[in-house]
Design a protein around this ligand. Structure first.
Ligand SMILES: [Zn+2]
Length: 155
């Protein structure tokens, strides 16, 4: 959360930073399922992945593509953390991603520390891709409420 001075400071992150652990709706029971790379050290988009449901034990696997083409790391399943507001949904891939968004959005003054590497992809960061309504100061309380609700109900 933001500091007592109302400032929130987050490091720039790319969406891929959260690709290693995806929380989705279980296709069997609608519960809490996690998709991990079969080889935990290989989070590349084409790597083989395995979904396991915490609630019913359902398991699914998606093998690595033979030619190195990207697969859908979500395996066609819906991200579990969709914070619904009347403006739209704010989607997080896992709890860490949700915390990151909340920390950033909770600040009355928000600072994204841009990449140390000046050649880094600045317009692809998570913050730069947030929809305008999510960043709008007048929607701040609505958005934070939706984030708190999705964490409580879907976590
Ligand atoms: Zn399940």
């Amino acid at each position: 959360m933001a500091g007592s001075d109302g400032r929130s400071v987050v490091p720039a992150r790319l969406p891929d930073d959260f690709l290693g652990r995806l929380v989705v709706d279980c296709p069997a029971c609608g519960g809490y399922a996690v998709i991990l790379p079969c080889d935990l050290s290989d989070v590349r988009a084409f790597a083989a992945r395995r979904m396991v449901c915490r609630d019913c034990g359902a398991m699914r696997e998606k093998p690595q593509t033979p030619n190195g083409a990207s697969i859908d790391p979500f395996m066609g399943l819906a991200p579990r953390f969709r914070a619904a507001t009347r403006h739209g949904d704010l989607v997080a891939w896992n709890e860490e991603h949700l915390d990151y968004l909340e920390t950033y959005l909770s600040g009355r003054v928000r600072v994204e520390q841009l990449p140390v590497d000046p050649a880094g992809p600045r317009n692809q960061t998570i913050v730069s891709r947030l929809p305008a309504w999510a960043k709008s100061a007048k929607n701040r309380d609505d958005v934070l409420r939706a984030v708190a609700r999705v964490r409580k109900e879907r976590g």
